[in-house]
Design a protein around this ligand. Structure first.
Ligand code: 13P
Length: 229
């Protein structure tokens, strides 16, 4: 299983350091085949060492240059960061990244050899139209994406389940993940209100290879509850 913590715009440099220090001391007992990722805010990136991978929530698809307010590969390389989240619904919908921009970012970071956790997900409006509409939408989010890329993990995060406390049901996850695996044969994470109360049933689903976690990842106690469930 993969356990990925997405802090979003939470935690400071100081509190991230405390979190990682706590994590380092407690991950010793995790199953060797499990992988843990942490995506802190960009200002908290550093050269942390331990049995986990630190990634960037976002970056601009350049080495460096005149891109005011952005961070490129040069700034990530300082801390040996070569893992990135691309396509999160908050970047698509709140920040306004188009599929074209997402695909451009993907192509650039693929070229750099980054491990890419690529997020897809539908709105409630689409979900209410049924699985065919859902799949049509999800397939459209692979437009321009090389799904055969080796260093590629997909995260299915239904937007209506993010931060709402209401995760997708087991039946919805089973149906959607089975359909997605037919299209992209890569590790497939589920994200959306994953917490201690539902990790056992979600992680038991055969086509769930891991979880991408927001709210429940913000404290080491609640995140480790998932890793050690
Ligand atoms: P929550 O776990 O807070 O629902 O967030 C999920 C998410 O968006 C992770 O990327």
């Amino acid at each position: 299983m993969i356990y990925a913590a997405n802090f979003k715009t939470n935690h400071t440099r100081e509190s991230t350091k405390e979190y990682i220090t706590d994590l380092q001391s407690k991950l010793g007992d995790k199953k060797p085949e499990d992988r843990v990722f942490v995506f802190p805010p960009l200002t908290a990136l550093d050269s942390f060492e331990g049995d986990f991978t630190i990634g960037a929530q976002n970056a601009y698809p350049v080495e460096n240059g005149a891109y005011t307010g952005e961070v490129g590969v040069e700034q990530l390389s300082e801390f040996n960061i070569n893992t990135i989240l691309i396509g999160h619904s908050e970047r698509r919908d709140t920040i306004g990244e188009s599929q074209e921009q997402v695909a451009k970012k993907f192509a650039f970071f693929k070229e750099q050899g980054f491990e890419i956790i690529y997020c897809i997900g539908e709105s409630l409006e689409v979900r209410e139209q049924g699985i065919e509409a859902v799949m049509e939408h999800l397939v459209s989010q692979f437009e321009g994406i090389d799904t055969t890329y080796d260093n590629f993990v997909v995260a299915y995060e239904p937007i209506w389940a993010i931060g709402t406390g209401r995760s997708a049901t087991v039946a919805e996850i089973v149906e959607t993940h089975n359909a997605l695996k037919q299209i992209v044969d890569k590790p497939l994470l589920y994200g959306g209100s994953v917490k201690g109360a539902n990790i056992a049933e979600i992680s038991a689903i055969s086509n769930v290879d891991g979880v991408l976690v927001g709210g429940a990842s913000l404290k080491t106690e609640t995140f480790l509850e998932l890793v050690f469930h």
